[in-house]
Design a protein around this ligand. Structure first.
Ligand SMILES: Nc1ncnc2c1ncn2[C@@H]1O[C@H](COP(=O)(O)OP(=O)(O)OP(=O)(O)O)[C@@H](O)[C@H]1O
Ligand SMILES: [Mg+2]
Length: 258
């Protein structure tokens, strides 16, 4: 199968620091791929380089077989490569539904520009409601976004990303700052996303990683330390020693490695 995302020798340097160093990685269509590694391993930098937020210093990003290394973030998003941000720009004074409707409009404006306004409005609202339903927020549609809890805001961000018709979604620490219950709800929602959607997730909560991921890649000092199915990663000695302080590999998977 052709990978949906393929990185070849991807490198990003900050001055003399090689934060992402010659990374090769392939993510297959429909895969739920987790990227883990200690603080400062280069996970967020890798994400930013793949999404086009940061330029690659060297190497290639292939998406759906096309070289997108030189493309801007907005062009990559149009192709279906979307990321969520740690601090998303929600319109807190608007309703939950309107936040998603705006995201739907941004994408569908061109596609339906010849429709009559009333019909377009109806279509936008029903699409937005479908995306809210997919993330379990349909019941909050009429509330102000400001009234949502931290966890619900992250759910809303996912609905807004879904509105952009993604084929690959990258989440950078989606459960950071969530309570145990919110984390549980978020993992449920990720599990329920359509199988056709490919996911790349940076996540510190290894219980979440091993629940959701089909494949896990471990980054350490900018390089890929290991990549494989979850069971293989759990058993890998090099992974254990990358997380200083963990006496046994199993200790990594009973809580937060930080
Ligand atoms: N804007 C920047 N300028 C210079 N160095 C940076 C910058 N951003 C990150 N770094 C450095 O690059 C390395 C990788 O950082 P990055 O944020 O990608 O790691 P991370 O794996 O996402 O870490 P965390 O788990 O803490 O989120 C670190 O050494 C970090 O200090
Ligand atoms: Mg990070």
């Amino acid at each position: 199968m052709t990978p949906l995302l393929e990185l070849r020798g991807l490198t990003h340097t900050y001055g003399s620091l090689r934060a992402v160093d010659q990374v090769d990685l392939a993510v297959l269509p429909g895969e739920r791929h987790a990227l883990i590694g200690p603080n400062g391993a280069g996970k967020s930098t890798l994400f930013a380089t793949v999404a086009g937020t940061l330029p690659a210093t060297a190497g290639t990003v292939l998406f759906d077989g096309q070289d997108i290394t030189a493309q801007r973030e907005s062009e990559r998003a149009r192709r279906g490569l979307l990321r969520t941000y740690q601090h998303a720009s929600l319109f807190l004074n608007c309703s939950v539904l309107d936040n998603v409707a705006l995201a739907v409009q941004r994408v569908d404006r061109v596609a339906h520009r010849f429709d009559r306004a009333a019909r377009r409005f109806g279509r936008t609202q029903s699409r937005a409601l479908e995306h809210l339903d997919a993330v379990g927020l349909a019941g909050r549609a009429a509330d102000h976004a400001a009234a949502l809890s931290h966890g619900e805001r992250r759910q809303l961000e996912v609905a807004m990303v879904l509105a952009a018709h993604p084929t690959l979604v990258m989440f950078d620490e989606p459960t950071a700052g969530m309570s145990a219950a919110e984390t549980e709800r978020f993992a449920d929602l990720v599990e329920r996303l359509p199988d056709s959607l490919t996911l790349l997730i940076v996540e510190h909560d290894l219980d979440v990683v091993f629940r959701l991921a089909d494949r896990v890649t471990v980054l350490h000092l900018g390089k890929v330390l290991a990549s494989g199915p979850p069971e293989q990663i759990r058993a890998d000695d090099a992974v254990r020693s990358a997380y200083l302080g963990a006496a046994r590999t199993e200790d990594l998977f009973t809580g937060d490695p930080r």
